[in-house]
Design a protein around this ligand. Structure first.
Ligand code: FRU
Length: 510
């Protein structure tokens, strides 16, 4: 048995111990999470040998961040998933202190080619004396068992942060982008190119965040997308470290967003837009995308936090961190990046009595009287709720839905706030530990909402007639007791149309 195999076995054994004590009260049923322990960034998203491959940053021994491994799940359809063994563990000098984030592509010889950051603390313990980060390569013939090939891109001595390779193929060449902190402390994206995935040459610095507070860009992802009118652009998603919290923007300790612009081999990226947040919820970070065989751009993000302790960690539940549901990315005419649940996600709707995907609640129209509530479920499991708020017919100052509604007054409130013109996710009364709310701007007209309610999270997709689409993804850890879903109108009426709720099956194949 080689060192990698031995370390993977040890990681599996530790994780099996932790799994015995897993508390399921907030554990997701339709989001990817580790069987126990911690996960962060999605890694290596790809389609290989007929299955979708989703890897993720994983610490198998605890519910907090630790020495990084790559966890692994696969799916035939992006909706139903099976667990695979932990794919990568530290086993060579370059990744001594962690197998950090990266990506995967199918190589010319049909192997799965993985690129990741080998991480070392310079002092062997923590970041106080800096990091040594290099880009490494590993390959697999079956997508399950990997051989490591060591460093393909060395770290320049001066750079403290140098990580998260995202590899893609374009016009006959392989390209790799990753994030760095420059010698003068600016967040940059570096580009390398290769003919064979083995030898990599520095190409150029293709982007520097114009914000001088931003000192590092984590998890950059560069991909082409066309507008509905057929204009071809390139989208650069990244996570700027050091962004200042301001007004409604960048409230999370870690922010993810994008710029849309143009890029071609041999050139730098030229931005046509400012940096824009992609998701306005409390937990959305380190997104990664890939192209599906039918040409869609699909993205997963990480819901979690490095800095704000969460209830499953504080209460010893044995796990923390989940990925978002898969989202299809599209570009609008005015160069906004929209995200929507992938179409096939409706396949998770649980069959009703007739065997089809019947809703457990359906109403064409509901008027909620001023300062009244209408309960649509007294104890809902994981589900999807759809409704349209007819804002022109409503007079409520705020109107929406309380989910994870436990004791009277406790729950997560998803509401349209007419005074601020924003869609709000407010978890002040949910059950903790992190309070506060997040709010995203709406344009106008009827507001269509799709809300995905798992045991410990909400993902809210809003679409309004003004054309804006708005996403907020947040943890929501309900207090004990039945978890109702309740419509609410404050200081006025709320007119709701096409209110439909579906139970959602688990993503895990039996
Ligand atoms: C982003 C990140 C990456 C790094 C990984 C380590 O969340 O900090 O930059 O590769 O997580 O787990």
């Amino acid at each position: 048995m080689n060192t990698l195999e031995a370390n993977l076995d040890a990681a599996e054994a530790t994780n099996a111990q932790l799994r015995k004590h897993l508390n399921p009260r907030w554990y997701p049923t339709f989001h990817i999470a580790a069987p126990a322990g911690w996960i962060n960034d999605p890694n290596g998203l790809s389609y290989f040998q007929g299955r979708y491959q989703v890897f993720f940053q994983h610490y198998p021994a605890d519910s907090s961040w630790g020495t990084m491994h790559w966890g692994h799940v696969t799916s035939p359809d992006l909706v139903h998933f099976s667990r695979a063994p932990i794919a990568l563990a530290p086993s060579i000098e370059e990744d001594r202190d962690g197998v950090f984030s990266g990506s995967a592509v199918t190589g010319p010889d049909g192997n799965l080619e993985v690129f990741y950051t080998g991480h070392r603390w310079r002092n062997g313990r923590n970041e106080d004396d800096g990091n040594i980060q290099v880009q490494c390569r590993a390959t697999s013939q079956d997508g399950v068992h990997f051989s490591k090939h060591g460093t393909v891109v060395e770290a320049p001595e001066a750079l403290a942060h140098f990580r998260d390779p995202k590899v893609f193929y374009h016009e006959g060449t392989w390209f790799m982008v990753f994030g760095t902190c420059s010698a003068d402390n600016r967040g940059q994206v570096h580009l390398y190119h290769s003919a064979d995935l083995k030898d990599w040459q520095f190409d150029q610095v293709i982007f520097q965040d114009p914000d001088p507070n931003v000192f590092m860009l984590e998890c950059p992802d560069l991909f082409p997308l066309a507008t509905p009118q057929g204009a071809q652009h390139w989208v650069l998603t990244y996570c700027p470290m050091g962004k200042k919290k301001t007004g409604y923007l960048y409230r999370n300790d870690h922010t993810a967003g994008y710029v849309v612009g143009d890029w071609a081999p041999g050139r730098a990226f030229t931005a046509r837009t400012e940096f824009t947040m992609q998701d306005f919820g409390n937990e959305f970070y380190a997104p990664q995308s890939f192209a599906t065989p039918d040409g869609r751009r699909v993205q997963f993000g990480w819901m979690g936090s490095f800095t704000v302790p969460a209830a499953p960690q504080l209460d010893g539940d044995g796990w923390f961190g989940q990925l978002t549901i898969p989202r299809e990315l599209t570009l609008t005419e005015n160069l906004r990046l929209d995200s929507a649940p992938i179409a096939e996600f409706t396949g998770l709707r649980a069959p009703g009595p007739a065997g089809d995907h019947a809703p457990f609640f359906q109403a064409d129209s509901i008027t909620v009287e001023p300062n009244h509530t209408v309960e649509i479920a007294d104890d809902a499991g994981p589900c999807e709720l759809e409704l349209t708020l007819d804002r022109a017919q409503s007079t409520a100052v705020r109107a929406g839905v309380l989910v994870h509604h436990t004791a009277p007054g406790r729950g997560t409130y998803i509401a349209c706030d007419e005074q601020s013109g924003r869609l709000v996710v407010d978890r002040r009364t949910t059950g903790g530990p992190d309070l506060g709310y997040r709010a995203a701007e709406l344009s106008g007209g009827k507001l269509r909402l799709r809300i995905f309610i798992d045991r410990g999270s909400v993902e809210v997709f809003g679409h309004d007639e003004g054309g804006a689409s708005t996403v907020l993804s947040s943890y929501s850890f309900p207090a004990d007791g039945p978890r109702a879903i309740t419509l609410l109108a404050e200081s006025g009426t709320a007119v709701l149309r096409d209110v439909t709720a579906y139970s959602l099956d688990t993503i895990w194949s039996k």
